[in-house]
Design a binder for this molecule. Structure first.
Ligand code: GLP
Length: 238
C-alpha cells in the first residue's frame, strides 16, 4: 500500500487528481470507478477545472459509480444520480456514465445488469473510493461476509445518521442501498482511497494497524496489489 499524506484537503484533492491525470495520460479510454460523499467534491472540482483548461480529457472514459440508495428516484436531490450530475457529469463530457438504478423494480436484476455491463467494459482500470466512518467502502456495511458482485444492502443506523447530514428538513434517506460488491472493488486494477477530515481519523488509524477486520470492508483493501491511500493531515491524525 502506498500512502500519501498531504497538508490539507485541497492538496489531497490535487494529489488524487494527479493520479487520475496520469491514468488518463496512459490510457485515455480508461474505465473509471467513481464515488460520492463529501470527500470527492474537491477532487471533482479539480477534474472540472483541469478539463476546462484542457489538461484532463474524459471524453473517452466510461465511468461506473459505486453505489446508489434504494429505492430512490434519480431526481431526488439525495440520490447519487443527482450528486454526480451536480458535481461532475453536467460539467465534464464522458463517453458514458453508469450508476446503479435506484428506481428499478427489481434490484437483483438491476445488479446483474450492472455487473454484466462492467464486465463487458473490461472491469475498472482505476477506482476512487471514500470511506465511511464505520469503515465501509461503497455501501459494504460491516458484515460477516460480503457478496462479490453488486447487491442490495440494508444500511446501518449509524450510516443513515451520518449520511443524513446532507438532508433538508423533512427529507429521509432510504434504509437500503445497492452497491458494488467486494469482488468488483477488488478486481479494479488500481485503487485510490481518499480519506480526509478529522471525522475519519479513527477509522484511518484502524486501517493503518495493518490488519484485516472481517467487519471493516475497507481493511480488505490492504491486500490489494495496487492501492494508494491519499490522506490529509487531519485524517492521518497529525
Ligand atoms: C457514503 C458512500 C461511500 C462514501 C461514504 C463517506 O456512505 N456510500 O462511498 O465513501 O459515504 O462519505 P463522506 O465522504 O461524505 O464522508
Amino acid at each position: 500500500m502506498k500512502k500519501i499524506v498531504c497538508d490539507n484537503y485541497e492538496e489531497a484533492c490535487q494529489a488524487a487528481a494527479d493520479i487520475f491525470a496520469a491514468q488518463l495520460e496512459k490510457k485515455p479510454e480508461s474505465v473509471l470507478g467513481l464515488a460520492t460523499g463529501s470527500t470527492p467534491i474537491g477532487l471533482y472540482e479539480e477534474f472540472v477545472s483541469r478539463n476546462e483548461k484542457g489538461q484532463m480529457d474524459f471524453s473517452q472514459v466510461r465511468a461506473f459509480n459505486l453505489d446508489e440508495y434504494y429505492p430512490i428516484k434519480a431526481n431526488n436531490p439525495q440520490s447519487y444520480h443527482a450528486f454526480m450530475e451536480e458535481h461532475l457529469f453536467s460539467k465534464v463530457k464522458f463517453a458514458s456514465t453508469r450508476i446503479l438504478n435506484g428506481e428499478s423494480p427489481d434490484p437483483g436484476i438491476e445488479c446483474a445488469r450492472f455487473d454484466a455491463e462492467l464486465d463487458a467494459a473490461g472491469g475498472l482500470d482505476l477506482l476512487l473510493l471514500g470511506i465511511g466512518q464505520n469503515g465501509h467502502v461503497g455501501f459494504n456495511e460491516p458484515a460477516d461476509s460480503y457478496p462479490l458482485g453488486s447487491y442490495l444492502v440494508h444500511l446501518t443506523e449509524d450510516t443513515i445518521t451520518v449520511n443524513s447530514r446532507f438532508c433538508e428538513d423533512g427529507e429521509n434517506l432510504p434504509a437500503s442501498a445497492i452497491t458494488m460488491g467486494m469482488g468488483q472493488i477488488f478486481s479494479a486494477k488500481k485503487i485510490l482511497l481518499l480519506i480526509t477530515g478529522e471525522s475519519k481519523a479513527k477509522i484511518a488509524k484502524k486501517l493503518f494497524e495493518g490488519k484485516v477486520f472481517t467487519d471493516v470492508s475497507a481493511s480488505f483493501l490492504l491486500l490489494h496489489p495496487d492501492i494508494t491511500v491519499v490522506l490529509d493531515k487531519a485524517a492521518y491524525g497529525d
